[in-house]
Design a protein around this ligand. Structure first.
Ligand code: SF4
Ligand code: SF4
Length: 330
């Protein structure tokens, strides 16, 4: 593997440095039993068929250094050249991990229309590894510390058998920034504790403002359970904090209208939520990105205006941010 890197790693003719923040700063444990640098592709694989027993830290450092050289070489993969995170900048000479993605768990109780993650059967086939020892190893090796951002990715990490144990470990270690994606079908005391200590942000995707549309998108009628869990999390949030974040993913023909978006917004406002995030179904977006329909642009402007008027922070995910920036450039 390393010889392969040396052979193809001819320097770029350009004098400018190329940079990817993920290659420089992240480590991903994914559900395919890979440990890698890039959360979006299989670039920078440190280990496949990882079984959770022992991570080769020296290999991690070597692959990182080689990957940085590849990004800067003539042989940079086309997927990187076309990627939004491929920038002009210089990589830092630093092995520390700023973003740790725990994406090894894609199981969840829902069945979202836009989900492209494997479901339980595939996961059982792939097998799950024990992430806890690896986390301790990374801390002992001083590659992660209290400043590392920990990201529990989608599915629902809260149903991982060791979720509470891992989260309490991070809380007790003194981690300062933990992001938890959860559909909130299950309530966790550990999450409430992390909210109360102002160290976690919890992102809850409900994608709708009413049980009917929620049911159509999520494949379940448990809207009330989600709202009830959400309220419990909110009760632990300090008034000055924005720890519980409500998410809306726009889907073609289902919730891509002002009424549903407004219902969702009013629900969030009435619950006292102070931060929102908006995304758009990835597959649909890829079909329309060269010609974004006018009504979608209007929806993005509408929600931005509503949030400004009500002083609720809104975070546009990459795709919706692109739509918003395109409109603003005109
Ligand atoms: S440039 Fe994009 S595809 Fe390439 S490593 Fe970075 S995030 Fe991954
Ligand atoms: S919550 Fe996430 S993993 Fe679960 S079905 Fe929805 S998109 Fe898929």
């Amino acid at each position: 593997m390393l010889n392969f890197f040396k052979q193809i790693n001819k320097p770029s003719k350009s004098n400018s440095y190329k940079y990817c923040k993920f290659i420089n700063e992240s480590l991903v444990f994914d559900y395919n039993n890979n440990v890698k640098l890039c959360p979006l592709s299989d670039f920078g694989i440190i280990c496949n068929k990882y079984n959770g027993i022992w991570l080769d830290i020296e290999k991690l450092k070597i692959i990182k250094s080689e990957s940085i050289n590849i990004i800067n070489s003539l042989n940079c993969p086309i997927l990187c050249k076309n990627c939004e995170y491929y920038k002009d900048n210089k990589h830092k000479n630093d092995n520390s991990i700023k973003y740790l993605y725990l994406s090894n768990w894609k199981n969840c109780y829902l069945n979202c229309l836009y989900c492209d993650y494997p479901k339980e059967e595939d996961l059982i086939k792939a097998g799950h590894y024990d992430i806890f020892q690896s986390i301790k190893q990374l801390i002992d090796s001083q590659l992660i510390d209290v400043n590392t951002t920990i990201i529990f990715d989608c599915g629902d990490a809260t149903i991982h058998p060791e979720f509470d144990k891992i989260l309490y470990y991070f809380i007790n270690y003194g981690m300062r920034n933990i992001i938890i994606n959860t559909p909130a079908m299950r309530y966790c005391e550990s999450i409430s504790e992390a909210i109360a200590k102002n160290i976690a942000q919890v992102i809850i995707p409900i994608d709708s403002g009413c049980p009917y549309i929620f049911g159509r998108i999520k494949g379940t009628n448990k809207f009330d359970i989600v709202i009830s869990n959400l309220k419990r999390y909110l009760s632990f949030e300090e008034p000055s904090e924005k720890r519980v974040i409500l998410k809306y993913t726009i889907l073609n023909g289902i919730n891509d209208n002002q009424k549903e978006l407004l219902d969702w917004f009013m629900l969030a406002r009435d619950l006292g939520i102070k931060k929102l995030t908006i995304d758009i179904d990835k597959k649909w977006y890829n079909q329309i990105k060269t010609s974004i329909p006018q009504y979608l642009k209007e929806l993005v402007i509408f929600i931005k205006t509503m949030s400004q008027y009500n002083e609720i922070e809104i975070d546009f995910c990459d795709r919706t941010s692109f739509i918003y920036n395109t409109i603003n450039k005109k």
